[in-house]
Design a protein around this ligand. Sequence first.
Ligand SMILES: CC(C)(COP(=O)(O)OP(=O)(O)OC[C@H]1O[C@@H](n2cnc3c(N)ncnc32)[C@H](O)[C@@H]1OP(=O)(O)O)[C@@H](O)C(=O)NCCC(=O)NCCS
Length: 319
Amino acid sequence: MEEAKVPVHENTIFVVSGPDLYKQANEFSLTALWDDHNVISLKMAKRREVLAKKRANEELIKAAYVEKDDLDYFRPFRHYDRNGLSVYLASGRGNKLSIPVKHYIQNLLKLNMEGPYGSEWEAQEKVKRREMVAPEARYIFVHEVANTNAKKTKMMLTAENTSNGFLENGGPLVGFVQYRFIIEEEIPVLYVYELQLEPRVQGKELGKFLMQLLELIAHKNCMGAVMLTVQKANILAMNFYISKLRYVISTVSPSRINPGIGIAKSYEILCKTFNDEAKTILEAVLVNDNREMILTFSRIGDELEETARLTWLIFFRFL
Ligand SMILES: CC(C)(COP(=O)(O)OP(=O)(O)OC[C@H]1O[C@@H](n2cnc3c(N)ncnc32)[C@H](O)[C@@H]1OP(=O)(O)O)[C@@H](O)C(=O)NCCC(=O)NCCS
């Protein structure tokens, strides 16, 4: 389709496609189908809308980071005592990690992830070391409680004056979660950077418990979704997220953006969405379907143009 202005032919048929019409019009140069005045007003209205949305999203992210301890709102979740496992949770931040905790994180990552990453591990390890200490990195640390002290610890943790000093000097770490609040495709999301449990505490539903907690934290901070990246080779984790927790492969995952290229990538991006907008953008096939449809019709249009001199047949559909 030409970029230049094309006069609207009286035989042109518009069947408009839902709320994203303006976006699609811009993406596919269909602005040519409006006269000058309308094109300009459409663009200005769209720009205002985009700016307002961007500001609102930035405010949400800022507000999410104001919270000092995300676990404060979820005190009953601070303790997990099931399946022969007794642990308690403590919050942390990337720029406040002690040296032993940094070593712990690096060692557990290597233990759990060197296999799934294979030859990519060396490069990934460096990336993960940088991500680990980023000021915006939020942590939930999982500490083990010796069985005999479980009850006592639970009492201390639910007390109003629970101190972080106690938590840091408490039982040994058995895992951690690292996450951030970010904007993905104009949707504010909680992105899980890491969920790592030591092998001896895996398979006891602690991972599910932690993911549910993250979903609550995301909800509480008005995020539209929880997102994460999984190595395709990490079959157990993939199964955990998709079969057990009902996460889906996101539209932003390489395999969905372009299956041809995506197949060569070693990872998938998964998501669970909490509202219609996030669902449409991060989960649904709708956008790509429409894109394909518009391109198909624009090709038909080009052919018609050649044979019938600018008699375009462009279908959109109202949703
Ligand atoms: C993936 C992980 C976070 C899941 O947490 P978990 O507490 O072991 O999982 P849960 O007990 O809540 O759920 C078990 C399910 O997860 C899957 N799973 C993943 N790893 C598992 C493991 N090592 N042992 C048992 N089940 C495992 C299974 O599909 C299982 O399904 P089932 O209950 O139908 O048998 C945890 O196993 C882990 O830390 N693994 C290593 C690091 C990793 O791969 N992290 C994810 C990176 S994206």
